[in-house]
Write a protein that binds this ligand. Structure first.
Ligand code: GDP
Ligand code: ADP
Length: 192
């Protein structure tokens, strides 16, 4: 049985975390751990596929490995969700803010393969969020939030532990992801 690992996809809003997660699911059938949130669904988002959308009361009833407040909403990932995804395959993925990624690196050690995404040009990032359909007021609030500013830097707790991918041209990102999957499908490895 191959070693169980989790690809933890992190980075600021708009850096491409959802896009990368979707790519890993569609090209490598990598199950994604679905997390819980009290934020309202965006157009097209479905509960149980994108998130489990919760009320503050229902959010409080779950058992979390870690949970955070991000830009005024709560988010959390459960141990049960992790176990359920590993039942399906040894390589799974999750999308987290950088605080969650630090917790995973600390709790799971080498089992957590951290992928930190960045988009160096903020204007390009805002243009992507606009194209995604985010409301201008929502983008302003997000970009001004403490959590967004914090997630623009690789946290000290992940330094030497994260694979940094500059998500500028998608073809380059895809190549970096393909190389990483090949590396972990063929056995254990260290961060380069
Ligand atoms: N720590 C943690 N972060 C989460 C969890 N679920 C989602 N996030 C992160 O919360 C942040 C806000 O997510 P979202 O509202 O979907 O906005 P997005 O950044 O535009 O994708 C993102 O950085 C997500 O990666 C979770 O269970 N735990
Ligand atoms: N390399 C890329 N080039 C251009 N647009 C991209 C690229 N990667 C992602 N996008 C687009 O940018 C927007 C934000 O990406 P998304 O995956 O939703 O980010 P996040 O989950 O980190 O907030 C989406 O509309 C997505 O299609």
């Amino acid at each position: 049985m191959a070693t169980k690992r989790i690809f933890v996809i992190t980075g600021p809003t708009g850096s491409g975390k959802t896009t990368v997660s979707h790519y890993l699911t569609t090209h490598y059938q990598m199950p994604q751990v679905i997390t819980h949130t009290t934020r309202a669904p965006r157009a097209g988002e479905v509960s149980g596929r994108d998130y489990y959308f919760e009320t503050p009361a229902s959010f409080a009833t779950k058992h979390y490995l870690e949970h955070v407040t991000y830009s005024g909403n709560q988010y959390g990932s459960s141990r049960e969700g992790l176990a359920a995804a590993w039942e399906q395959a040894p390589l799974i993925s999750i999308v987290l803010d950088t605080a969650g990624a630090v917790t995973y690196a600390r709790e799971l050690g080498e089992q957590a393969v951290i992928i930190y995404l960045e988009v160096p040009n903020e204007q390009a990032l805002v243009a992507r969020l606009t194209k995604r359909g985010d409301q201008p007021t929502r983008i302003e609030k997000r970009v001004a939030s403490h959590e967004y500013r914090r997630d623009q830097q690789l946290p000290a707790g992940l330094s030497g532990h994260a694979h940094v991918i500059v998500n500028d041209e998608w073809a380059m990102t895809q190549r970096a992801l393909d190389a990483l999957v090949a590396q972990y499908q063929s056995g254990p490895s260290s961060v380069k």
